[in-house]
Write a protein that binds this ligand. Structure first.
Ligand code: SD4
Length: 386
């Protein structure tokens, strides 16, 4: 039986030479031949909590609505209570306000897609420097927005990219999903579609005024094109919902990397990269340097790890380790994932110091530290046979 965390000493990996220690001794395809997978498929009934998980979840339940310090991540971050519905999870500390809005939508009888859309509206309207029209401009000085939405039932998705001048790109993405036979619209086509749908634009009545706004933004101080990702230039919201009826949905919205080349699209609107929902298993979303997420279908990978039985935090961590194993940059990736599963568990992990994420249920709304994943963090609990 191959343990996923077991050292494959001396094996050559894509990011390490034979005999050298790679960030993650990830098994290669040939290593797996004839071996059984260490993870069980998720059983339809709720999984039992270990004593440690139970203690952590009880502590959180007792914490009520008090936010925990959201600074550095931890190798063992607290886990939230299993099984509560609805459950809403999102990236960063500002996600809590979005979660709270999403919860109100659900409590008022709204659908889970309404909850995703209206929750994300909060961040898109909040003057966030990386989400919505207040977001960071590209190298030409223009704000180009990316967003997507996904619904578990029917495995439906909609997405917009490099969208200019539309107040709520998440609404454009939802309309692509619900009103077109397509999944993704980009650039001017996406903008025209959003305007035809009556979505609020910079100036819904005047193309000239939109052009003036565009020129003004372009004339403003232009950021130097830089692929560097830090807290200042990436703050995407990915928001995931486990609805009261057990269905799943999620959305993601961003202005992308500040100073990006015009037309550059990141992971956020790409289904499987910035967001993925599988109604049988769970949902995942990403924030960070898109180029390091979209080359690995990061959110899809998180969901696949959950399918094999990992809890959400470990699924996020294993995804980062897997990417770091394969990527020439190792753990120097600036990537973060948030996830929830069908059983009502949630978690997150990020490179470096990790990142804060927000978890909301009927009884509490918390900002928690994610797991922090780096070369020195120990093998995942998921490496053990389960
Ligand atoms: C991107 N992933 O465009 C986005 C940026 C981001 O938090 O996540 N910011 O690469």
């Amino acid at each position: 039986m191959l343990a996923w965390g077991a050292s494959d000493a001396g094996a050559a990996g894509p990011s390490g030479e034979a005999g050298k220690t790679s960030p993650r001794p990830w098994p290669r395809q040939e290593d797996l031949a004839g071996k059984k997978f260490a993870f069980k498929l998720i059983a339809p009934k709720a999984m039992k909590l270990s004593r440690r998980q139970f203690v952590a979840s009880t502590a959180l339940a007792v914490a009520g609505t008090t936010a925990l310090p959201a600074g550095r991540g931890a190798e063992r971050a607290p886990r939230t209570k299993t099984g509560e519905r609805p459950l809403i999870v999102s990236t960063w500390d500002f996600g809590r306000a979005a979660n709270d809005a999403a919860l109100q939508v659900l409590l008022a009888g709204g659908t889970m897609l309404d909850a995703v859309e209206q929750g994300i509206w909060v961040t898109e309207s909040a003057g966030n420097p990386s989400v919505g029209l207040s977001g960071g401009p590209n190298a030409a000085g223009v704000v180009q927005l990316d967003a997507c939405i996904m619904s578990g039932p029917g495995h439906r998705a909609g997405s917009v990219a490099a969208l200019e001048g539309i107040r709520h790109p998440i609404s454009a993405a939802r309309r692509v999903m619900e009103k077109t036979p397509h999944v993704m619209l980009v650039g001017e086509g996406a903008r025209m579609f959003a305007l035809e749908e009556g979505l609020e634009s910079v100036d819904p009545h005047s193309e000239e005024r939109y052009e003036a706004w565009r020129q003004k933004r372009a004339a403003a101080k232009r950021p130097a094109p830089s692929p560097a990702a830090n807290r200042k230039n990436h703050d995407t919201i990915a928001l995931l919902v486990l609805a009261p009826d057990g269905n799943l949905a999620g959305g993601c919205s961003t202005s992308g990397l500040r100073g990006k080349l015009p037309g550059r699209v990141g992971d956020s609107p790409i289904i499987g990269s910035g967001l993925y929902v599988d109604n049988d298993v769970g949902a995942a979303g990403a924030t960070g340097l898109g180029e390091n997420i979209m080359r690995y279908c990061g959110s899809f990978l998180v969901v696949e790890f959950m399918r094999r039985g990992l809890p959400p935090d470990e699924a996020c961590r294993e995804t980062i380790r897997r990417i770091a194993y394969q990527d020439p940059k190792g753990f120097d990736l600036s990537i973060n994932f948030v996830a929830l599963d069908k059983h009502g568990r949630s978690g997150a992990a990020g490179t470096g110091a990790g990142f804060p994420f927000a978890v909301t249920t009927r009884t509490r709304s918390l900002v928690l530290p994610s797991l922090a994943v780096g070369p020195r963090t120990p093998a995942a609990g998921g490496a053990k046979r389960r």
